[in-house]
Design a protein around this ligand. Structure first.
Ligand code: HEC
Length: 127
């Protein structure tokens, strides 16, 4: 049992990393899962003290979305203030690596596959 545990653990870690990998060649930091592009260390150093990095890596948004998240944490969650240059680099990293995605929700169900709408206005074709 003792001998197989490390094997199982590393398999689980590899699976977890694989699941969050994206379809490009950018390396993920093994301990946080952050995409290792310009300024990723800045995000690691400022953004994972209070919560799992997964809160970041599973989120998507534009620069203004990420800025709103930061302002909310500063107002409600004791996140510290950044100097403007640091804040800009953090937001650029986030918006470039975790940008908005159009297809995060399933497509709408085709109208002919929907049940009849009981609130639809009555049709008077027969009158
Ligand atoms: C001082 C503590 C602290 C730091 C540092 C911090 N956060 Fe947070 N953050 C929080 C708390 C608390 C929550 C709410 C967690 C929850 O809902 O479980 C949160 C939630 C989030 C969420 C989820 C928001 C949502 O949509 O629910 C994201 C994304 C996030 N943080 C990103 C970041 C980023 C990016 C940074 C670095 C700029 C950062 N956090 C640094 C405290 C912090």
């Amino acid at each position: 049992m003792k001998q197989i545990m490390p094997g199982l653990l590393s398999t689980a870690v590899l699976l977890a990393l694989g699941a969050s990998a994206q379809a490009d060649d950018i390396e993920l930091d093994p301990s946080t899962g952050l995409r290792m592009t310009v300024d990723w260390e800045l995000v690691r150093n400022n953004c994972i003290a209070c919560h799992s990095p997964k809160l970041i890596t599973q989120q998507r948004g534009s620069k203004s979305h990420w800025l709103n998240v930061i302002r909310w944490m500063q107002a409600k969650q004791n996140l510290w203030q950044f100097d403007p240059d640091t804040e800009d680099r953090i937001i650029s990293y986030l918006a470039e690596n975790y940008p908005p995605q159009a297809n995060r929700r399933r497509a709408a169900i085709a109208p002919d596959l929907m049940p009849p709408n009981p609130y639809a206005p009555p049709t008077h074709e027969a009158d």
